[in-house]
Unconditional design. Sequence first.
Length: 257
Amino acid sequence: MPGIATLRKEEVAPESSSTEGGLVVFRWFGATPPPTLSLPEQIGARLGDRIVTGAIAPGARIVEQEIANEFRASRGPVREALRILEREGLAQIHPRRGARASQLSRQDVYDLFEIRAHLYQAVACRLAEQRNPDTVRLLESGVRDLRRLAELPDDAGRYAETVFRLSLECARAAGNARLADMITSLALQTYRYSRLALRARARRRQSLALWQDSLDAIRRGDVTAAAAVAGRRILAARAEALRLLGPEPAGADPPPR
């Protein structure tokens, strides 16, 4: 997570977002971000949100001077913002060729979702063991939001964003800081593909059913069921994302089955 610094006078104007603070800031700080961010953090958060929501396409060039002009900043803060995004896995900086939005291969998607499935199974086990009333209320509220969003003909990505936030809040509530750090470090890299997988209403309904099953298992303290449902939820998203990404390029090895 980038450090906190005093806001410089060349402050970035806010952009519209479906939820206050944006996805990148939520990944860094949770639901209560600090009152001020440094200029590179602000620029990095705005660019990062554009990358994870697809406004900047995977593999697209990010031109330093264009970004500097847009945010009325010098190129120094823009370079630092791009380094922040590189650490988050959202951008790749190539010497003498500039920066591009990162693009995962099908194998990357397969592997990262597999890792996430195991990590979230560990979170689910801890939550079921603890049966913390605050966590149960958090899940109940989240599932209510998901139920409403699942039925919209076009939710404009709000279902996926709600899942993103709810998942990270659950990870942080599990009480294992290292586990939460590992989960949050992968969250932004895979968000684009989770969002893709949840675009269709039928898939959102399937996801909602699994979230409801997770809530029920955690309420009961059923560790085995909670872990199994968490794994199914992540792997179902992976399967749909891979389907929508289309066939392997010619000559590429398919992901293992």
